[in-house]
Every structure is written in C-alpha cells, then in structure tokens.
Design a protein around this ligand. Structure first.
Ligand code: EPU
Length: 422
C-alpha cells in the first residue's frame, strides 16, 4: 500500500500536458472487438484499468500489446471471439461492462459477470439490458452473470428511449446497434465527449451514425466493420482537476492538449470563484491571486457539471470565502469522501444528495484515505492547502485516473512524495 505525503502551502505554477481519457480509452478498446483485424488506439493512459481491459480482451481471444512509450495499444481481433467476461476481471473494473455490446453484436451472445456496486453508488445495468431486450435479445441473470442471447439472425434495430442519459448504456446500445438489422434510434442518449469519441471511432470503422454529439443518435446497421487506427480524446476530468489545483493553491497553471469547450461550465465556475481563466484553441490557463469565493455546484450529465469533478470542487469550497451548496445527482455515495475531508478541518454537512460547505480560512493536515479516484484527487487538492502534512492513503485509487500525479505536482512546485505505508 502506498501513500502520498503532502506538505501544504505551495503555490502551483507551470504547464501540464493532458493525455487520452481513461473513460474513453477503455471503451475504445472494447469497441475494437467489433471488427476482426488489427486496431491501434493512441493516447491510451498507462493505468491499471487499461491493463485489466487488455487482459479481458486477451481472454476473449485477442492479441493485445501496450507500448508504454508511445501510449498506444494494438489489438489483434481474430475472426471468431469468445463471449465470456469472467468475474475475476469484471469485479476489478466496472468499465468491463463495455464488452457487453460488442460481444452480442459479434457473437450473438454474451456471458458477462455482473460488476455490482462500488464505492460511489449502486450503478445499475437496467438500461443496458432493457435496450438489448428491445432489440430482440433474451437477457437472464444466471449465477452472477448477465447472459444475453441475440435472436437468430442478429439484433434488430428499433427505437430506444433511455430513462436517464447513461454513459454506459448509451455505449452498450451504440455498439450493439452498429451491426444490427435496420435502424436503432437512441433517444435521450448521453452526450459526453467520450460518447462523441466512441461514435467517431465507430464511424471510422465503417458504422453509420448520425446525430453525434446530440441526444438523439440514429444508428443504421451495416454488415460489418473494419479495424482502424484512432486517437483517444483528451481527458477533460484530469484537465479540470489541474484547473482546480491552480485555483485552490492561488497558482497559475496552463493546461495543454485539451478541448476547453469540454470544460465550459467548470471554467465558468472557477471564474465565478474569482479565477482569471484564459481559453485558447487546445489549452487554457487558470490563475488565482486571492482566496476563492464559494461556488454552488449541481452535477448533471454533460453538458452539465461533471460528477467526476465534484469532490475537487468540494475541496475548493472548503477553503473558500462564504458557503456553497453542492448537489450530487449521479452517484449517491460520492459524498463518502466528505468524512475524510472533515479530518482536515473542512466544515461540510451532507443531507441526502446535498452538501453544504462553509469555507474555512485554513485546513489542517492529517492522515486521510482515498475511497475512489476522484475522492482521492479531492483529498490531494485539499492537502495542498492544508497546514502541515497530509498523508493520503490508498493512492492506488488515484493511480487509476491520474498517471504520474505526484510527479506532475512536484514539477508545478508542490512538495509531495510517494511512500510505501507501514
Ligand atoms: N444507471 C442506472 N441504470 C443503468 C445505467 C446507469 O440506474 O442501466 C445509473 C447509475 O447507477 C448512475 C447513473 O445512472 O446513478 C449514471 O450512470 P452512467 O451509466 O452515466 O455512468 P457509468 O457509465 O457507470 C461513467 C464513468 C464515470 C462517470 C459517469 C458519469 C466510466 C468507466 N465511468 O460511468 O466515471 O462518473 O460515466 O459521467 O466511463 C470516474 O472516472 O471516476 C467515474 C466514476
């Protein structure tokens, strides 16, 4: 087990370079299953989840190689693939569910272990399965596995309406629809940049999708797709985390290789908090020269405020001038980290999916534990401004979303070391 030992008080300044989004790369790797041949995906971050997805694809019959230096993954997909995603891998990473759509599309069947809930909430699959059923599949739950059988002749395109614009369900149904018979219409689809990314890759593979970027996606089934070479969209959540790092430390950070329009609402909130935000074509700069003003946040599907930046903003509000209300609408257990934040002296009261934060003029360093990736990021940010030393435990969670986090923090002027905990 490793920890980050952080000495608070440094002002962060400098430049960071953003690479491909975890939450896109993993789905793009799964999408490769849709076409036999060698697909190469660039800008894939070197994180454990990529290793897990690579292993899952290998078990399905693919040859997978990750080139760390080039951050590229090559996936050789055979003509015939297996259709079972084992519990031992799926339980380690919820994103494994991304293979569900491709498996049904390619093989007509899928046995995928149920990923279950995790630290941020219950995370159902009902919209994934209801959509597949509407397309003619028979879905059962057997011995902890979701067992799906497409009708003879394959899935049949139809009109689908999602109760909620779920990222995962939109991805499953898109990938199920690309080679289905006829037209699949997904209404109330998710519009996240990562959804646009997978649509663009599928189109490059030969899929026919219209309405990309909107909430009505029309997928006209084609006979087959072909392997491609594709580059993952930049990680807007990592970029947003650096933006908050600049604001919370009263620093000055330029974030490169990112599409600032993916973070419009986030940058707007930072400007409201008192930051000077400059937006360029593929980068942005956040400067802060005073104590931030507290800002209210309501998490919503894109283009609303991302839940994956909610803990970082609670950290920001905890040292801000004034009080703020943060409302979490996606994952009910995401406030679990608040308990850890209060160890640093933050004044936060939660009630259901609302958190009321009363800004304190200072936090005080203490040992805390990361409960998930974003909670971990929020705790590191708080540690950067807490008096004295903050030790963040369970950094393996942080490593799942932030490559070389502590090295980049040090380059920007922070005092952070990674140590093995005793
Ligand atoms: N939901 C259902 N039924 C479904 C599908 C979703 O009830 O069939 C609910 C979920 O329980 C949740 C809400 O709908 O309350 C939103 O879930 P969604 O499907 O949109 O999220 P996801 O695909 O499970 C992805 C990211 C999350 C990110 C969310 C929202 C990946 C691997 N994960 O999750 O990222 O927070 O979209 O943007 O892409 C993270 O990176 O830290 C992370 C948790």
């Amino acid at each position: 087990m490793e920890v980050f030992r952080i000495q608070g008080g440094a002002r962060l300044a400098g430049q960071v370079q953003i690479t491909g989004a975890k939450n896109s790369s993993l789905k793009l790797m799964a999408a490769a299953l849709l076409a036999p041949g060698k697909t190469v995906i660039h800008a894939v971050p070197n994180i454990l989840d990529v290793t897990i997805m690579a292993e899952l694809l290998r078990r399905l019959g693919c040859k997978v190689e990750y080139d760390e230096a080039k951050q590229a993954v090559s996936i050789e997909v055979p003509q015939t693939i297996e259709h079972r995603a084992d519990y031992d891998l799926v339980r380690r990473m919820r994103a494994s569910i991304a293979v569900l759509g491709p498996l049904v599309a390619r093989t007509g069947e899928a046995d995928v272990a149920l990923p279950g809930g995790d630290a941020i909430g219950s995370r159902g699959l009902d919209m994934h399965t209801a959509g597949l059923e509407r397309m003619g599949a028979v879905v059962t739950n057997e011995h902890g596995y979701l067992v799906v059988h497409a009708p003879t002749g394959g899935l049949v395109g139809t009109a689908l309406y999602l109760d909620f614009p779920s990222v995962g369900a939109t991805e499953t149904l898109l990938m199920a629809g690309v080679t289905a018979n006829g037209v699949t219409v997904i209404d109330n689809a998710a519009r996240e940049p990562e959804i646009v990314d997978i649509c663009n890759m599928l189109v490059a593979m030969g899929a026919a999708i219209s309405g990309i970027g909107g909430s009505l996606l029309t997928v006209t089934g084609v006979d087959s797709l072909h392997a491609v070479e594709y580059t993952t969209v930049s990680d807007r959540i990592v970029a947003g985390t650096w933006a908050v790092a600049a604001a919370i430390t009263q620093g000055d950070i330029t974030v490169n290789n990112v599409n600032p329009s993916h973070l419009s609402i986030v940058l707007e909130k930072l400007a409201t908090a008192g930051a000077t935000v400059e937006v360029f074509e593929n980068s942005f700069r956040v400067q802060m020269d005073r104590r931030p003003t507290a800002v209210d946040i309501v998490t919503l599907p894109y283009p609303g405020f991302p839940t994956d930046l909610q803990p970082q903003f609670i950290a920001l509000n905890s040292i801000a001038e004034g009080s703020a209300m943060v409302t979490e609408n996606l994952f009910e257990a995401r406030f679990r980290f608040v308990q850890e934040l209060t160890r640093l002296g933050a004044e936060v009261r939660t009630d259901g999916h609302h958190a009321l934060i009363r800004g304190r003029s200072k936090l005080s360093g203490a040992p805390v534990e990361a409960t998930d990736i974003r909670a971990g990021a929020g705790l590191v940010l708080a540690g950067l401004v807490a008096d004295g030393e903050t030790t963040v435990h369970a950094v393996e969670h942080i490593d799942r979303g932030y490559v070389n986090f502590e090295k980049e923090l040090v380059e920007l002027g922070a005092t952070v070391v990674r140590e093995t905990s005793t």
